[in-house]
Design a protein. Structure first.
Length: 185
């Protein structure tokens, strides 16, 4: 059970309601994560702005893959459940690919390089080698895309931190998934 009550759109602060309504329009549902952080309209706005602005150069599939990987790294069951569902439903990612994503890999060769890089960023907290940047460049990623890989990974850390802290209830829409770290605990 969530550590904070998850408000309905109508019970959320007035300043947060238009942002929640937009998520409802786009996704057909207001995910519990967004409803929970609506308790702070400023936090919700910041997250929504980041969500809308980051990673466009990578494409939606690679963004979802990064979120699946980061959820696994950070032991975030909520994000693993949400992004596995969204990756399949909205981006057509296969269960096999998303299983590989959890460990920083992909069935797509170019995405595999991005995921390996993002995995190193996530697990080392950014302490990487020059060769790691060169490997991503050699796979055809631009400097803009390399920055976007790091930004998307960092953004995912933020959502993982919120959901782990508040134990956000997994939405009924998302089939529940367990990270390996949480399965072992």
């Amino acid at each position: 059970m969530a550590r904070l009550a998850i408000p309905s759109k109508e019970a959320a602060p007035a300043k947060a309601q238009p942002i929640l309504a937009n998520y409802e329009k786009v996704l057909g549902v207001i995910p519990n994560f967004f409803a929970l952080i609506s308790k702070s309209p400023d936090a919700l706005k910041a997250i929504a702005d980041m969500h809308g602005a980051l990673g466009k150069s990578l494409g939606h599939k690679t963004r979802e893959r990064i979120h699946v990987m980061t959820a696994e790294v950070n032991g975030c069951n909520y994000c693993l459940s949400a992004h596995t569902y969204l990756g399949a439903k909205l981006q057509g990612l296969t269960p096999e690919d998303m299983e590989l994503n959890r460990d920083g890999h992909s069935t797509d060769p170019k995405a595999d390089t991005a995921l390996q890089f993002a995995y190193k960023i996530a697990t080392s907290r950014g302490h990487i080698e020059d060769a790691d940047i060169e490997a991503v460049r050699a796979a055809g990623y631009t400097d803009e895309q390399i920055v976007d890989i790091v930004a998307e990974t960092a953004f995912s850390f933020i959502t993982n931190l919120f959901n782990n802290t508040f134990k956000t209830d997994i939405d009924a829409t998302f089939p529940p998934r367990q990270t390996r770290a949480r399965q072992a605990a």
